[in-house]
Write a protein that binds this ligand. Structure first.
Ligand SMILES: [Zn+2]
Ligand SMILES: [Zn+2]
Length: 381
């Protein structure tokens, strides 16, 4: 009987299994749209936000990163190098095969990192977080707090307001360099990138922060980011772009894939975050409709409460759906298609797990009290 070499044996013990029971991310979609009572009026664009290139500390130039995104059939990719828009100024934005590449930047503030998208000018670095938020807004940009709880660059002003949103999941925080070293060995030994999905955890701290902001009655958009750098250590591909791009994606709801539409979906929160490495999340829907099944809103939309409202959730494959209202658990259900009565005004969002692993985080549907004047209601055209 052959014996395992010492290093693989150690890694097997560490991983807790001798085989990889993880399912393929290419799962068919048994839930056909035809069987759904309510249909979304949008198409879905799957992509990745928060990636570094050789314009800062990433390993590959934008052209090569875009090639990886295109090979994965991503619809969009947003490059965010540290404190530079050089990629935009040097006209690297545009279509690379079927992938639309856009360039924002990651601003180093005096209290953490802030993603600035849809901007044409570089915002000064090392300014106060609140100043930076205001500067990005004044430039007409979208701003997202990056990796708010990463110990090395955590967001120091959790009371700051005015940002478009926050990263509700950051691979940077979930898979720090030390686990990456082990995962890098494991990936090489096991020959499977799916080993990364074992590391994905529910970002409790981020979600609590998000719920606290949402409970103040404002819209705060949640995005997920791989913060991909193409990390290598000791000659090992510890955080390959290709794997990081599957680890966490932000799926957008839009009508066509253009720069304007991508940023509009991010601005409005018409999006959800998914670990597509756990299972293909394309096709997930979270909608609100009347009892007559007339659609009234999707993720990110605001509407006025009425007793006839119902929430609909469609999963692309079976999972465990958890509905939260104002950050508190309302219902938990297994299966693929669900509907729920709307339990009064509140902020409703859905989390989905699959075989015990976090899988999908919806953006909220905002149901406002009838007494509040809301000129944007309903938002679905
Ligand atoms: Zn950062
Ligand atoms: Zn970054």
């Amino acid at each position: 009987m052959s014996r395992l070499p010492l290093l693989p044996a150690v890694l097997l013990a560490f991983s807790g299994c001798s085989t990889l029971p993880l399912e393929s991310s290419r799962i068919p979609h048994p839930s056909s749209r035809e069987s759904q009572a309510v249909q979304s009026p949008y198409r879905e664009a799957v992509g990745v936000v928060h990636v570094h290139s050789t314009y800062s500390d990433g390993r590959l130039p934008i052209e090569e990163i875009a090639g990886i995104a295109n090979a994965q059939q991503l619809d969009y990719l947003i490059i965010t190098d540290h404190d530079t828009l050089a990629g935009k100024f040097e006209k690297k934005e545009g279509w690379y095969g079927q992938t639309l590449v856009l360039v924002g930047n990651e601003i180093s503030t005096s209290g953490g990192h802030y993603l600035a998208l849809r901007i044409d000018t570089e915002i000064p670095r090392l300014k106060d977080p609140a100043w930076t938020i205001e500067a990005v807004s004044a430039a007409g940009g979208l701003g997202f707090v990056a990796h708010p709880f990463w110990p090395r660059r955590h967001w120091k002003n959790l009371d700051a307001r005015g940002m478009t949103g926050i990263e509700i999941y950051s691979a940077k925080e979930d898979v720090t360099e030390e686990p990456l070293l082990i995962l890098g060995f494991w990936t090489i030994l096991a020959g499977s990138e799916l080993s990364f999905s074992r590391w994905i955890d529910r970002p409790d701290q981020h979600l609590a922060y998000w719920d606290r902001l949402l409970n103040e009655g404002r819209k705060v958009v949640g995005i997920g980011s791989p913060d991909a750098h193409g990390l290598r250590r000791f000659g090992l591909r510890l955080g390959p772009y290709s794997t990081m791009f599957k680890m966490v994606r932000t799926h957008l709801l839009l009508n066509e894939i253009t720069e304007e539409a991508v940023y509009d979906a991010l601005a409005k929160g018409r999006c959800f975050v998914a670990h597509d490495l756990v299972a293909d999340a394309k096709g997930f829907q979270f909608l609100v409709a009347g009892k007559d099944k007339t659609i009234l809103g999707v993720m990110g939309d605001e509407l006025t409460w009425h007793p006839s409202l119902r929430l609909y959730a469609y999963l692309p494959s079976p999972g465990h759906a958890i509905l939260l209202k104002d950050g508190r658990l309302l219902f938990e259900r297994k299966g693929q298609q669900h509907w729920f009565e709307v339990d009064g005004p509140g902020v409703y969002r859905l989390e989905v797990t699959r075989k015990g692993k976090p899988w999908i985080y919806s953006n909220p549907i905002y149901v406002r009290p009838a007494s509040v004047d809301n000129s944007s209601d309903p938002m679905v055209k």
